[in-house]
Design a protein around this ligand. Sequence first.
Ligand SMILES: Cc1cc2nc3c(=O)[nH]c(=O)nc-3n(C[C@H](O)[C@H](O)[C@H](O)COP(=O)(O)OP(=O)(O)OC[C@H]3O[C@@H](n4cnc5c(N)ncnc54)[C@H](O)[C@@H]3O)c2cc1C
Length: 424
Amino acid sequence: MDIAIIGAGVTGLTAAYDLLRQGDHVTLYEARPYVGGVAAGFKDEAWDWSLERFYHHIFATDKEFLALVRDLGLAEEMNFPRPLTSLYHHGDIYPLDSPLAVLQFKPLPFVDRVRFGAVAAFVRYNPFWKPFERVTADAWLSHAMGQRAYETLWQPLLEGKFGPHYREVNMAWFWARLAKRTPRLGYFNGGFQRLWEHLADEIRALGGVLHLATPVRGIQADGHSLRLTLDSQDVPHERVLATCSPQALTRLAPQLPAEYTARLRQLKAMGAVVLILALRHPVSQRHYWINIPKREGFPFLAFVEHTNYMSPQHYGGDTLVYCGDYVDPGHRYFAMSAEALLAEFLPGIRRINPDFDPSWVRRMWKFSASYAQPVPPIHHSRAIPPLRTPLANLWMANMSQVYPWDRGTNYAVALGRQVAAAML
Ligand SMILES: Cc1cc2nc3c(=O)[nH]c(=O)nc-3n(C[C@H](O)[C@H](O)[C@H](O)COP(=O)(O)OP(=O)(O)OC[C@H]3O[C@@H](n4cnc5c(N)ncnc54)[C@H](O)[C@@H]3O)c2cc1C
């Protein structure tokens, strides 16, 4: 088989790796000049390790990811520290990553904390997720744990991640989050980009062809093959796997039936915008991840101090922080410069550390992705598009098909493997 893959993110790379090992010819076309997609990293001249454009870690339960790392002979390169995950609440920051931490969370009356813990345990150890997709997380959680505990602890998380759509998200998605998360968070020595580049090297060694900075502009059925339109030429392939967003696929392949593209366009997703700061001083002292309730007037939803997770010595002594937000793809943050975002975020950062001063900033970067987080509404399992599209020999694999799990590199690996097997 002569197979083209659009996108060298984790899904495309994994699918290519499996297809090549089974004897197919694979050509990858990647629009960006680097591999890794939204999980890719970059490196400042002062650093030994690369840093992800968007904060990344994996969980100890991420079996598919860890199996791939083992396949590549790189298991020794994973490390699993236990950094602090916390919540900002009315001016204080509370560690909140264990049942004990919840029991010690003073802003809630003790009875609410116990109820919260009991509900969390019930959800986490319940093996049946399907009934949960009939109800929204907002309705179920506020009823089960009481309005006060919900509004303090979990509503901020949902609202931060899904913005105006948070009331639509189903409870199965929330179940999956609780069922799979672990307090130990895994990181790849040297940064995840090192892993993606290693995988790309393996793909080349197996005979795969990888074209970077090569956007595919169109997909046309042409007899028994599919013709890809590139900037410089048109190329035919027997089969095509597209790993771009469903919305992007509808634009690339106008021959897809209208009824099908209408279904793809109904799948909602959030974009993501992050500001990364390389600083001369630490900000929060010990917290890795601080969830921020937007209702408290913050301009971002997560403050992630990466160097409270991985040592600053890998980054030339810089303190590295992300201020991140999930926003609708048309949000004004997408058009703002890093400098303008810093000005916007400054009051929020000062609420975390009042001494913070822009003179601490050695360098900054802004990154955005318009397709970052699918929104799974009630009965989402019925809306998931199949891997095979109605256009002959055109397949698709992307985050919209990851469910009930929260999208992540682990599931991108699983999806890449699944679609490679299905295409054969
Ligand atoms: C803010 C943020 C934080 C995250 N945090 C974590 C985390 O902590 N842990 C974790 O495991 N996961 C995390 N994820 C999720 C994880 O990164 C994704 O689930 C995974 O990387 C998706 O991989 P993918 O290959 O399916 O998609 P993408 O990474 O989106 O890859 C698609 C690729 O296709 C390319 N492409 C698109 N259109 C074209 C075209 N026309 N021609 C050529 N190429 C094209 C794109 O450039 C891209 O490289 C995070 C994601 C975001 C956005």
